[in-house]
Ligand binder design. Structure first.
Ligand code: HEM
Length: 415
C-alpha cells in the first residue's frame, strides 16, 4: 500500500521540509492529500476515504482465487467467446466468476441513455480530433504517470507493446461505436474484462521482483491510480479540444463526459470518486493528476516504443507520418517539460509548424477561417495536419481487423 500514514505523520509532525525533500528526491512518489469531496461525485455522497488505500476487493479476491486454482487459461479461452454486451455467458465458467460477471455487467442506475446516444453521435462527428487527443495527449501522457508506466512495463503486456496498444485501443474504439453500451455493443464486455485484467495485475505484480524494487505502493492500480488514468483520458482530451477552440455544444460535452462516467463505473471505480461535472473533473485532475506527472526509466522506454510505432506497425499508415512529426506533436500537446522528460528531441521545423499552425488549422477545418486568410505556413502544411488527423483516427479508433479478447494475465513481464 502507498504510505499515507507516513505522509500524515510527516505533516502532523510539522516536518513539511522533510516532505519537500522527499518529493524532490523522488518526484514520482509525490502526490497530494486527498481532499476532493464526494459531494462532487456521481454518487453525491460517500465516506470520503482516500482512494490511494482503496482497490477493488470483490474482483481482486475473485481473480486471486482463480489464479491460485489454476483455471485462468481455461477461463480466458471461454471468455473469448463472450463479445457482445447482451450475449449469454459461455457455459462452463466457474460459478463464482459467472455470478460476479452477471453483477458487474449491469449498468449503473444513473445511466442516461439519451446522453449515451448523443455521445456516440459526438464521437462520430469529432472522431478525427479524438484520435489525435487519445493517441498523443492520453497515450503519451500515460508514460509520465509513474505508477502506470511501471505497471505496464513490468506486467505481461509490457513484453509485447504492439499487442498491448491494440488491446488498449479497443476500449477507445468501443466507447465511440454506435450501441457502445447497448445489447449489440462491446463496451460492457471490454470494461468487465479490463476490470478482471486489472485484478489479475494487482495479484501478480507484487510477485515481480522488478516491480517491487521500484514501486511506491504495495499493490498497484488503486482507485486513486484509476482516477489518475481516467483523467489522462476524457479530462485531458476535453481540455485539449477546448484549448484548440474546437466548437463543442454543451450537450456534446456532457454526453462525452457521461460515456466516460459509465465507463469508470464499469471498470470498478466507486461512484463516490467519479466526478459529476467537468468542473469537478478538472478540479480533481488538478489534485490527483497534475502533481504526480514525472519521468521514470520505464516511462521513457515506453514513450520511445510509442514514438517508434512506425516500426512497430510495419507498412502501416504511420509510414507517412514520421517520427519527427510524432515527436513535435507530442511536444506541442504535452509541452516542453514533458517532452524533455521523455528525451524527445527538438525538431525546429515541425515544432514551429505545430506552434504556429495547429490552431489556425482547426479554425479552417471548423469553417471559422478561410484557408487563403491563414498564415503561409498553415497553407503549406494543411495537408500534413489533415493527414495526421486521419492517420491517428485510423490507428486509434478504427479497431483491429481481427478479434481481440482482453485476458486475465497469468504472469508478469519476465524481463
Ligand atoms: C490492462 C484500460 C487504469 C495498468 C488494461 C486494458 C485496458 C485498460 C483496455 C486491457 C488491455 C490489455 O490487456 O493489454 C484502462 C483504463 C484505465 C486503466 C481505461 C482507467 C480509466 C490503469 C491503471 C494502471 C493500469 C491506473 C496502473 C497503474 C494496466 C495493466 C494492464 C492493463 C498493467 C495489463 C497488461 C497485461 O496484459 O499485462 N487497461 N486501464 N491500468 N492496465 Fe489498465
Amino acid at each position: 500500500m502507498e504510505n499515507p500514514s507516513r505522509r500524515n505523520v510527516l505533516i502532523t509532525g510539522g516536518a513539511v521540509g522533510a516532505l519537500g525533500a522527499l518529493s524532490v528526491a523522488t518526484p514520482a512518489q509525490a502526490s497530494s492529500l486527498w481532499t476532493w469531496s464526494p459531494t462532487g461525485s456521481v454518487a453525491g455522497a460517500g465516506a470520503g476515504a482516500d482512494p490511494k488505500g482503496v482497490w477493488d476487493d470483490e474482483a481482486d479476491q475473485l481473480v486471486a482465487s482463480l489464479l491460485e486454482r489454476g483455471v485462468v487459461p481455461d477461463v480466458n479461452r471461454k471468455l473469448a467467446q463472450w463479445t457482445k454486451n447482451g450475449q449469454t455467458l459461455p457455459s462452463g465458467l466457474p460459478a463464482d466468476l459467472r455470478d460476479f460477471i452477471e453483477r458487474a455487467r449491469q449498468l449503473p442506475s444513473w445511466t442516461d441513455q439519451a446522453k449515451l446516444t448523443q455521445a456516440v453521435d459526438f464521437n462520430e462527428r469529432r472522431g478525427l480530433y479524438l484520435g489525435v487527443t487519445y493517441g498523443f495527449a492520453s497515450g503519451m501522457m500515460s508514460t509520465v504517470i509513474p505508477r502506470e508506466a511501471r505497471a505496464v512495463y513490468y506486467s505481461k503486456g509490457g513484453a509485447d507493446m504492439r499487442d498491448r496498444i491494440t488491446k488498449t485501443a479497443k476500449l477507445g474504439y468501443d466507447i465511440g461505436t454506435a450501441n457502445a453500451y447497448g445489447a449489440n455493443g462491446e463496451m460492457i464486455v471490454t470494461c468487465v474484462k479490463t476490470r478482471l485484467a486489472h485484478a489479475g495485475v494487482r495479484h501478480l505484480l507484487p510477485q515481480s521482483p522488478h516491480w517491487t524494487s521500484v514501486a511506491d505502493e504495495e499493490k498497484p492500480i488503486s482507485q486513486a491510480d484509476m482516477m489518475v488514468t481516467w483523467h489522462s483520458l476524457p479530462t485531458t482530451v476535453m481540455q485539449n479540444l477546448v484549448k484548440w477552440k474546437v466548437p463543442i455544444p454543451a450537450a456534446d460535452s456532457e454526453a462525452f463526459l457521461h460515456s466516460w462516467q459509465v465507463c469508470a463505473h464499469m471498470l470498478g471505480i466507486k461512484d463516490e470518486y467519479i466526478p459529476n461535472s467537468w468542473s469537478e473533473a478538472n478540479s480533481q485532475a488538478k489534485q490527483v493528476l497534475d502533481p504526480i506527472l514525472a519521468p521514470t526509466p520505464e516511462g521513457i522506454k515506453l514513450a520511445d516504443m510509442l514514438l517508434n510505432l512506425a516500426t512497430i506497425v510495419p507498412g502501416g499508415p504511420l509510414r507517412y507520418v514520421t517520427k519527427p512529426i510524432l515527436g513535435a506533436l507530442t511536444r506541442y500537446v504535452l509541452g516542453d517539460e514533458i517532452a524533455g522528460w521523455l528525451n524527445i528531441r527538438r525538431y525546429p521545423l515541425w515544432d514551429t509548424i505545430f506552434e504556429v499552425g495547429w490552431e489556425p488549422f482547426v479554425r479552417i477545418r471548423e469553417g471559422l477561417l478561410e484557408l487563403e486568410d491563414a498564415p503561409g505556413i498553415v497553407q503549406a502544411s494543411y495537408w500534413a495536419f489533415d493527414e495526421i488527423l486521419r492517420v491517428a483516427a485510423l490507428l486509434v479508433l478504427s479497431g483491429a481487423d481481427y478479434p481481440i479478447s482482453i485476458e486475465i494475465p497469468t504472469g508478469n513481464n519476465p524481463d
